[in-house]
Design a protein around this ligand. Structure first.
Ligand code: NDP
Ligand code: DXP
Ligand code: MN
Length: 380
């Protein structure tokens, strides 16, 4: 399949798996980007020969420029560089695998060029989902999810021509490493404990979000925006095995599910090849040897981040950008050893209670809510 990809966040967990898929599918790369990991980006550039390489950090970009001086690869830096990578003429698809709301502006820029967005960066839809989806409509840009649950739903919706037929989406949650723990024990969990996801190997920020169940809250908002459904039509079920990646219940009570081993290379590949399917990179699921599939109700009391996210989802407007900004700031403080695990929820709650909400926001309102929420979370 001849596709040319700009890959934002190529040095991360999704980025590295995406390059495996791109190589296996014989696709080419227009641009690669990273934050500070110069060594890995140099290695990737030498293998995939993009037109452009971007380091968010200007000092890292200067270093990369020197390292790649023997190649024709251009090197740029900062948000300008990310936007250039997202809008390169030669790229038909932009795979957004950066972590955090830093992905928003490049994604919007790529949409305005009508490119396909293979969207891993869920924070973009959480912060500004309505703006992003409106822009996609206006410019005829396809947004195909990479997030495993949303990819499962996307797959279960193939062939359904009327969104009115959908009774509800059912998002599965692994429950993370603290499922079944007492609330007090969760509040004092260490960074090392939070980084031990039961089923997936992912970047640090999303792994902490999985432990607090904020990830499921963000995914709830992501699903609302992507599938344009109200909160009442989305539910969450804990499924410890991460084999059923999510489900769609239709108005005739038929439930369709997508199953597979927990391997992100499958949803990455589907987002790049859709509507076609091509030979597998991910391993097959063996139904005869996989563990029994179990389902439980979420524990909203033990995991307050999930309740906060659902409350922000119902408020709408800039509340979801504030939720996300406060969570990004609080998770960074937790990972730096500056606050306890329990304080993540407290700081997000404080930000949601103090940052004013604007309905029908423009991009500036979203960016302002994000900044205000980060300040609130950092200064409690
Ligand atoms: N990992 C997974 O399995 C899944 C991830 N996702 C989503 O995909 C996205 C990426 O996650 P993941 O791959 O785990 O994250 P990682 O932390 O592993 O990778 C993040 C990537 O973004 C780059 N980056 C980090 N900060 C910045 C910044 N400020 N500006 C520009 N680039 C930056 C990193 O560069 P550097 O290496 O130089 O730091 C790296 O390339 C997230 O939104 C996550 O929620 C969704 C579903 C599953
Ligand atoms: C792989 C993926 O899509 C992650 O978002 C994953 O879902 C995290 O697992 P839980 O948030 O369900 O623990
Ligand atoms: Mn997910």
């Amino acid at each position: 399949m001849s596709k040319c990809i700009s890959l934002l966040g190529s040095t991360g967990s999704i980025g590295r798996q995406s390059l495996e898929v791109i190589a296996a599918c014989g696709m080419t790369v227009a641009a690669l980007t990273a934050n500070r990991d110069v060594e890995r980006l140099e290695e990737q550039c030498r293998q995939f020969r993009p037109e452009l390489a971007v380091m968010m950090d200007p000092a890292a970009a200067a270093d990369l420029r020197t390292r790649l001086a023997d190649t024709p690869i251009r090197v740029s830096s900062g948000m300008e560089g990310l936007i250039e990578a997202a809008t390169l003429e030669g790229a038909d698809t932009v795979l957004t695998a950066v972590v955090g709301m830093v992905g928003l502006r490049p994604t919007l820029a790529a949409i305005r060029q009508g490119k396909r967005i293979a969207l891993a960066n869920k924070e973009t839809l959480v912060c500004a989902g309505e703006l992003v989806m409106e822009a996609a409509d206006a410019h005829g840009a396809e947004i195909v999810p990479v997030d495993s649950e949303h990819s499962a739903i996307f797959q279960c919706l193939q062939g359904s021509r009327d969104r009115g037929e959908v009774k509800r989406l059912i998002l599965t949650a692994s429950g993370g490493p603290f499922w079944g723990w007492e609330k007090e024990k969760i509040a004092s969990a260490t960074v090392e404990q939070a980084l031990k996801h039961p089923n997936w190997s992912m970047g640090a920020k999303i792994t902490v979000d999985s432990a607090s169940l904020m990830n499921k809250g963000l995914e709830f908002i992501e699903a609302m925006r992507l599938y344009r459904l109200p909160p009442e039509k989305i539910s969450i079920v804990v499924h410890r095995e991460s084999i059923v990646h999510s489900l769609v219940e239709y108005c005739d009570n038929a439930i369709l599910a997508q199953l597979g081993v927990p391997d992100m290379r499958l949803p990455i590949q589907y987002a790049l090849t859709w509507p076609a399917r091509t030979a597998a990179v991910a391993k097959p699921l063996d139904l005869l040897t996989c563990p029994p599939l179990t389902f439980h109700a979420p524990d909203y009391d033990a995991f307050p981040c999930l309740s906060l996210a659902l409350a922000a989802a119902r408020t709408g407007g800039t509340a979801t950008a504030a939720l996300n900004g406060a969570n990004e700031a609080a998770v960074a403080l937790f990972l730096a050893g500056k606050i306890s695990f329990g304080e993540i929820a407290q700081r997000v709650e404080h930000a949601l209670a103090t940052v004013p909400v604007a309905q029908r926001p423009e991009l500036e309102d979203v960016l302002a809510a994000d900044q205000a929420a980060r300040r609130a979370a950092e200064t409690l």
